[in-house]
Design a binder for this molecule. Sequence first.
Ligand code: 26W
Length: 785
Amino acid sequence: MDNFAAYQATAYSVRDRLIDNWNSTQQYHSSKDPKRVYYLSLEFLIGRTLDNALLNLNVKPNYQKALTDVGFRLEDFIHEEVDAALGNGGLGRLAACFMDSLATLDYPAWGYGIRYTYGIFQQKIVDGYQTEYPDYWLTFGNPWEIERLDVTYEVNFRGYVEKYTDDEGVDRYTWEGGEKVVAVAYDYPIPGFGTKNCINIRLWSSKPKREFDFAQFNEGNYDKSVEEQKAAENITSVLYPNDNHLVGKVLRLKQQFFFVCATLQDVIRRFKKAARPWSEFPEQVAIQLNDTHPTLGIVELQRILVDEENLSWDEAWDIVTKTYSYTNHTVLPEALEKWSVPLIQDLLPRHMMIIFDINLFFLQEVEKKFPNDRDKLRRMSIIQEGNPQYVRMAHLAAIGSHKVNGVAELHSELVRTTIFSDFVEFYGAEKFTNVTNGVTPRRWLHQANPWLSDLITQKLGGTQWLKDLSQLSKIKAYATDAAFQKAWMETKHKNKVRLAEYIKQTLGISVNTEALFDVQCKRLHEYKRQFMNILGVIHRYERLKSLSAAERQKIVPHVVIFSGKAAPGYYIAKLIIKLINNVAEVINQDPEISPYLQLIFIPNYSVSIAEILIPASDISQHISTAGTEASGTSNMKFVLNGGLILGTVDGANIEIGEEVGDENIFFFGTLTPQVEDIRHEQMYRSLTLEPRLEKVVHSIQNNNYGDSIIFEPLLATLRTDYYLLSKDFGPYLDSMDKVDVAFKDRAGWAKKSITAAASMGKFSSDRSIQEYALRIWNAKPVTVE
Ligand code: 26W
């Protein structure tokens, strides 16, 4: 039996245990019929399951022993599992962390999403450039899903609307005709840590209604006979690889409707098992929209209640708005979803009518409250006027929900004061709230960093901290204890060695594990400023070159590591990857400098790579232009693993700073309120670059890092410098120097690392989920007996 077979055998055995708990949980919930929480997300970035399931079920040692008895080692084959990578980045991974917390905290919750045949593309680097390959993750089957051929629903597209008058003389509409496809459920059991509760992520896959058009086939039209089948399967084929950038493709809109339509039928079927009146629906059901992507669910529920269940418009709308709540994850204008009216009209004619009605009734209320303010009506309308008109999904989501939340304090404030300022005035401030993101300590410490997890468990005398992360603060008492510092830094070193082995294996480069490991891994985006980081690396390299051998000895050696994918159509982001790789080529082949500086781009960033990278970092960079990164969640994972942050005053960095204390985080850069003013200034005078930046740019233009002509479009972005690289470059380099000074003091660094990690209790996703449950869902835990 080879490693892959051993993995599969183990996985199928663990799957049986999961299914046991999952069945008990479902039965228990059915008997109690509590209020359910439904988390609707177009993305779930789960990663691997085997290790996570073994740890959450608390059976890892038993499995290890049993495997040893038959001549296998778990560590040898655990990496055989392919990641479930059904997400782009932060939003998708947050959904996965939330499912772990919902299960662990005993909530009767469901995740709903799409079972994409192809997850996020695989990235390979060819000649320094990103190239994309399909992520066909289901080739060898998937032990972690249960195909539910017994759970299927029809989903309709196109067709037409018919009007009739009901017995009470009310105008009613029905959606007729159209093209039907079938949604098939695939269930993913999600075990809680230290509980029997095992919840479910239900992912939908599209299938044709009829496998085959026999009439066409018999007439010899073989292509035509399978056309319908292919079109139906296409809907759930591929995850759209754009993060924080809208690309308005029809197929994406089809995915969104397909998903919410199947989900609502499933939710309503469960609700109808008990013969409750519709008015009780919001007491039994809370639906959370993970960004605007599932917003059509608001319209679809209204349609079902009015057209199919014959409720009055007002009764229905009351139920809808009490049921839904919406999380905003970005205020970047290019990421706010808009769909053209003709497109929706064609695909979902009845829904387009309902959106117009929702808008009409809403604007009537606005007009009542703020009479004669045409401009306000125009700004607040769901419909953006123009040719064509557009539907603003964020407005629809906010109007159709009882709560709207941002994902970190600063971001929620920006939500209130920028994109929804008129809405705050209209609804009152209470509708707009904050729930700061969190991460699950089970995956991001216990699983990813077993050495550190064991050390903490030893010190705290048990694993209770994994269910109550605030208990971590007890290790602050040992922050200056020399023996504890030593043990702590030894785990960091082991993790650096583990990462170095991975780098050696995949890239053939040996990195210096005594160096400071400086990591930036996240989606490539101009607002995240990987460009500023690589320009800083060039600056460091050229300064090292200018030093004498003796002077170099005093410099803290750095291993700089980048990882991340660029959206395939995002040209500038792809150029940044190319520049990083070109610079790496020069630095790593310079034997004079390599002892002091190495530069690594790890291809194909994924959850599994993050699990190796994060525990190994000394410093990680979270350097977005202030006001652009809604929260960030990897920042939390790094600090939880004893890494420190070099970051801007943005997103959750700010709250991390509040918890760990100013001396344990390296902040720099322009503050949010100044960003707009600086942009404005920069528009009216031609920009002179910060001198050290200017020098670096010249060096690139002098072809020191390959033929510079390919980088022209990238360098040109510095002329308008929308993301303020030039403004922040000096302070950025200066705080990097402060990092180096701090790193030289080994005991001082250990103290910072321990204190910072011990201060991270707030950033457990358990805390986030408890806030949602209490303040948004009004849902209570149910202990499965
Ligand atoms: C329609 C195109 C599109 C696709 C994805 C627009 C926006 C998105 C996501 C909302 C982008 C995203 O993942 N946002 C990230 O959400 C994380 C979880 O809240 C935050 O931590 C990140 O700061 C935010 O960028």
